[in-house]
Design a protein around this ligand. Structure first.
Ligand code: 13P
Length: 290
């Protein structure tokens, strides 16, 4: 069933778990992620990122995502991940996305606030949730598929979110979800992950009713993920570890096959691996039984 991210987050706050926010830029991952949500009973946000336009344009992806969400027995919301342009985000509104990340974190604080505030004023009356980012997410993607430049990862603290600025940002924009930076990396970590959990607690205590998001979930040790949930993070973006999981297995299948390899068989194998990886991460995000 199609459920708003906001409803899911209220449930997550009440029961101290995190909503997985997973990019599904093809039908293999879309089906696998939804199946994992159904089998674990966990709500999931399926994403289309603006950088995935070259893989599948939003006007093709979102109608399909909405159709799968509506037919699923799991609670699924359909979300735009890192929408950088106002026009792109407005297109997502017209297509029926239940929430949108309008990412203006590349701008100075005041312009980030102004842009996000304007967007919130337009889409909130339509019942659409808005996520924004403050601080910056460093990038270290495994390939240039997403067209993102690799960041300098020598000192992640230069990207961190300031708790005072977070409080100001939330008060002035009225945003529903604030993504903050406290040591995670989009893609792969360069060194040992070491999240600034105390920073999450400070942001949570200063930023009012906003829900806190964490990006760059892949590669983060599970105990640190659960500490982040306990400290206030309730939406976690997780993609690279899922998207890269099938490749080694597919390579082995191709190398060991004595016959030409059927693409449909590879697709089915990839779907099973993505499913298993998603079940694993949803179980961590459930944050239960510790
Ligand atoms: P990872 O690919 O590092 O898990 O991050 C995903 C993400 O934050 C998408 O916005």
């Amino acid at each position: 069933m199609l459920v708003s991210l906001k409803e899911m987050l209220q449930e997550a706050e009440k029961n101290n778990f995190a909503i997985a926010s997973i990019n599904t830029p093809n039908q293999i991952s879309l089906r696998a992620v939804i199946q994992a949500a159904e089998d674990t009973g966990m709500p999931v946000t399926i994403n289309h990122a603006q950088t995935e336009q070259s893989v599948v344009p939003i006007d093709i992806a979102v109608p399909l995502m909405l159709d799968y969400a509506k037919k699923s027995t799991a609670a699924i919301s359909v979300h735009v991940d890192h929408g950088y342009d106002f026009e792109h985000c407005m297109k997502a509104v017209r297509l029926g996305c239940t929430s949108i990340m309008y990412d203006c974190s590349r701008f100075p604080l005041e312009k980030n606030i102004e842009e996000v505030k304007r967007f919130v004023e337009i889409v909130k009356p339509l019942g659409i949730g808005v996520e924004a980012e403050l601080g910056a997410m460093p990038n270290n993607m495994p390939s240039d598929v997403h067209g993102q430049e690799t960041s300098d990862l020598s000192d992640l603290s230069v990207y961190y979110t300031d708790p005072d600025e977070a409080a100001l940002f939330c008060e002035r924009t009225g945003v529903d979800v604030l993504t903050t930076s406290f040591g995670t990396v989009h893609g792969m970590y360069a060194g040992e992950p070491n999240l600034d959990i105390e920073r999450i607690r400070k942001i949570k205590s200063q930023a009012g009713q906003v829900h806190l998001g964490m990006h760059g979930g892949s590669g983060t040790p599970f105990d640190q993920i659960q500490q982040a949930i306990d400290a206030g993070i309730k939406k976690i973006n997780y993609f690279t570890a899922i998207d890269t999981a099938p490749a080694p297995y597919l390579l082995k299948t191709i190398q060991e096959s004595k016959n030409p390899v059927n693409f449909c068989n590879l697709a089915n194998q990839a779907m099973e691996i993505i499913y298993q990886k998603t079940v694993e991460i949803l179980t961590v995000f459930k944050n239960a039984g510790r």
